[in-house]
Design a protein around this ligand. Sequence first.
Ligand SMILES: C[S@@+](CC[C@H](N)C(=O)[O-])C[C@H]1O[C@@H](n2cnc3c(N)ncnc32)[C@H](O)[C@@H]1O
Length: 187
Amino acid sequence: MGTLSYIKNFIKDRQVASITPTSRFTIGRVCAYIDFSRDIRIVEFGPADGVFTRFILEKLSPASEIIAIETNRNFADALNGLHDDRLTVVNKSAEDVREILESKNWKRADYIISGIPFSFLNEELKHRILKDSADMLAEDGRFLGYQTSSHLKPYLSEHFPSVETEMEYLNLPPMCIYIAGRQKDRR
Ligand SMILES: C[S@@+](CC[C@H](N)C(=O)[O-])C[C@H]1O[C@@H](n2cnc3c(N)ncnc32)[C@H](O)[C@@H]1O
């Protein structure tokens, strides 16, 4: 899959929100905040065709795990084709994160990576997803988001004591990256 698959899915499904995958520069910058040297649990919201997922699987230790939550069935089916025991693909919404993690007996995740289009969501849903994300993260865990604008910062700040942003311009369009933590001043 690549840009063509994005365009096809974008035409049919407004929630896809983008016609191109995230650039490798953004992926590298977001994933630089992940400590791959230990066994970790990652949740990914909106993996689409898995540009982040594949990058992460290459770096992930054998005992680490990733749950990818994707609303678009075509993308979820394609991701299932990766056939990696560390990966679980769930064709549901990020708003179901609490129930999904509980059903997998995950008490907490170490990282939540999110590219879902928060600007499309109503206020209640935005807050619910961010609150549940904060609740489901380990004490030293991080929520790593990427959006095409900085609109999410005030929402994140209501649920995370520490929120930083940085821009990646080698992305079409440029991407705002969010690093949010449950501990103050932790990047
Ligand atoms: C902008 S694309 C990002 C895709 C990919 N991660 C990348 O970096 O190129 C957003 C993705 O989120 C998915 N999505 C939208 N709303 C969602 C939700 N509430 N829960 C899970 N996935 C969602 C869309 O289907 C789409 O695949």
